[in-house]
Design a protein. Structure first.
Length: 171
């Protein structure tokens, strides 16, 4: 697993460096912990996540922006300033979310664009794949709200609703 900014896609590298430099100038001791991951590395992390051994969410293999050089994980000291750095990244046009505060993503990544060239990747996401990304919720309504947010399209959201209705009956 790489922690080298040079392993990211070329378009992302200067922005990732600028973000790390900004955090450093602010005295936040930034450390890049992950950039590019191989498919087997992503699978290992995902398996650990499913076993409850990872602190933050991990995308299924073939679905992670890290596998294609579109994401960087950064930790800060003090850790509490990640939300501030995330807000700066969002305002600059990047993707960031409080549920995975170390993950900073270059805009425009969609795993489906790469599925055909990724060994083991499927272009079909099941309800269970999506629930895995929403596992920090402790209730079905909370998970449903997150799944609706995750859905890429209205038809995908409707498919999720149909699957949930089949599994749980009316809700």
């Amino acid at each position: 697993m790489s922690a080298d900014i040079d392993a990211l896609i070329p378009e992302f590298q200067p922005y990732a460096r600028a973000l790390v430099d900004l955090a450093g100038r602010a005295g936040l001791q930034p450390r890049v912990t992950s950039t590019l991951r191989t498919h087997p590395e992503q699978k290992r992390l995902y398996d650990r996540y499913l076993a409850g051994l990872q602190q933050f969410p991990v995308a299924p293999p073939g679905h992670s922006a890290h596998e294609f050089g579109f994401a960087v994980d950064i930790v800060l000291s003090p850790f509490d300033y990640l939300a501030d750095l995330g807000q700066i990244w969002i305002e600059a046009g990047g993707k960031w979310g409080a549920s995975d505060p170390v993950h900073f993503e270059f805009p425009g990544f969609n795993w489906r664009d790469f599925a055909a060239e990724t060994p083991g990747a499927s272009d079909t996401v099941t309800l269970w794949d999506l629930i895995g990304t929403a596992s920090w919720f402790t209730s079905l309504p909370g998970a449903l709200l997150e799944l609706a947010h995750i859905a890429m399209s209205r038809s995908e959201a409707e498919q999720i609703a149909r699957e949930l209705k089949y599994i749980y009956g009316s809700f």
